[in-house]
Design a protein around this ligand. Structure first.
Ligand code: TYD
Length: 134
């Protein structure tokens, strides 16, 4: 099952009366050591981002503010995750196609990655992905 390969991660809330606190530690409460962090904001509900698969990178996606959706497919199955809480994320392993869309105006989508950026490990054409993956 694709959903088993891309689990929803629920992070502990270490908050108290002063506010919320979420901690993510590489290879502890996510499946990989973190080499790269990036975040996407200023998108809206008219754009689709992602639209690629990665031969090497694993990711965790978290909407630390606002909300967005991510459509995840392996070319056979597909499911959609609504990222709408700072305490939840989704793990995306290698060679999984993803599209992020329906960004709220206040969306800040945090992405944790297992690799340094390398454009050559991206597959940006869905037909090429289907050829390579399946
Ligand atoms: P892109 O892969 O289109 O972003 P998305 O995550 O929405 O699919 O990346 C946009 C641009 O930023 C592109 O020119 C590549 C560059 N980029 C980096 O240089 N390093 C990175 O870690 C990432 C994610 C993108």
């Amino acid at each position: 099952m694709l959903k088993d390969k891309c689990p929803i991660l629920q992070f502990a809330d270490l908050g108290d009366e002063r506010g919320k606190l979420v901690v993510i530690e590489g290879a502890r409460n996510i499946p990989f050591q973190i080499k790269r962090v990036f975040y996407i904001y200023g998108s809206d509900d008219t754009v689709v981002r992602g639209q690629h698969a990665n031969r090497e990178s694993e990711f965790v996606l978290i909407n630390v503010a606002g909300e967005s959706k991510v459509r995840i497919t392996d070319g056979k199955e597909e499911f959609i995750v609504e990222l709408n809480r700072p305490m939840m994320g989704v793990y995306i392993p290698r060679m999984i196609w993803k599209d992020m869309y329906d960004f709220s105006a206040d969306s800040v989508l945090l992405v944790l990655a297992s690799t340094y950026y390398d454009d050559s490990e991206y597959i940006r054409n869905f037909e090429d992905y289907l050829t390579e993956c399946c």
